[in-house]
Write a protein that binds this ligand. Structure first.
Ligand code: CMP
Length: 228
């Protein structure tokens, strides 16, 4: 496959590989075009491949027993997901949905095993990606279990910003989420989100926007997160 998106060469999965080696790996991947809203896989599906996002955006989430959606991550071009089932040979640990029209490149387990024999760096890169995810997940467990609502909100807003959910505007970064959806991200109630957002607005950290919430002061949100 000819990959038009040059950004893919900078993907974390390919760190340290030469251009021709990256091309070889990309050549072993199968492109899949997904429409906005289409499931790439569902939690519990057999997982026989990992995915690299070439274009668009992917949302990975789980549902609680009461049916509430809990976002785990948003992925953009250059990001890898679905690596857990590939490595462990266990069912998918979450749902993955295309948030917009999206192209993902699928790498099947047998191809992956051949490729890592030839390019061991590929396996090391995947291990690094998994370690980064574990580090972030541990941080989140601590923040969500011990900290107060302000910390949870600051964490949720910054996580969405770092995962590039939304877009830059001249007034700040726009997170296009309702208070209800922010409550799912932060692991708290909608009422609490509304109360904390009101406080954050008074402190000049965020502003209302017809499509969601505008982040005005990223450093101020970081300071809340780390109790500075
Ligand atoms: P897999 O279990 O194959 O399918 C779901 C994917 O979602 C999983 O692999 C990871 O790629 C991704 N995923 C699951 N949990 C998290 C998490 N806490 N943070 C980031 N990504 C995750």
């Amino acid at each position: 496959m000819i990959v038009s998106n040059w950004k893919l060469y900078d993907a974390s999965l390919f760190k340290g590989l030469a251009k021709n080696q990256v091309e070889h790996v990309l050549g072993a991947m199968q492109p899949r075009r997904m429409e906005a809203g289409e499931y790439i896989f569902r939690m519990g599906d057999e997982g026989v491949s990992l995915y690299l996002v070439a274009e668009g955006r992917v949302h990975v989430f789980r549902n609680s027993l009461e049916g509430r959606e809990k976002s785990l991550a948003f992925f953009s071009p250059g990001d890898v997901f679905g690596e857990m089932s590939l490595v462990e040979a266990r069912p998918r640990s979450a749902h993955a949905v295309a948030l917009e029209d999206t192209v993902v490149l699928q790498l099947f387990a047998d191809h992956y095993r051949h490729l890592i024999q030839r390019y061991p760096l590929l396996a090391h890169n995947l291990a690094r990606i998994i370690a980064e995810r574990l580090r972030r997940a541990s941080e989140e467990v601590v923040l969500l279990s011990f900290e107060n609502a302000r910390v949870k909100m600051a964490h949720a807003l910054l996580k969405l910003y770092h995962q590039r959910l939304g877009r830059a505007t001249e007034h700040g970064w726009l997170i296009p989420e309702t208070h209800k959806r922010l409550a799912n991200h932060a692991g708290t109630s909608r009422e609490t989100v509304t109360r904390v957002i009101r406080e954050f607005k008074k402190e000049g950290l965020v502003e209302d926007h017809p499509q969601g919430v505008l982040l005005k002061d990223l450093e101020g949100l970081e300071a809340i997160l780390w109790g500075l």
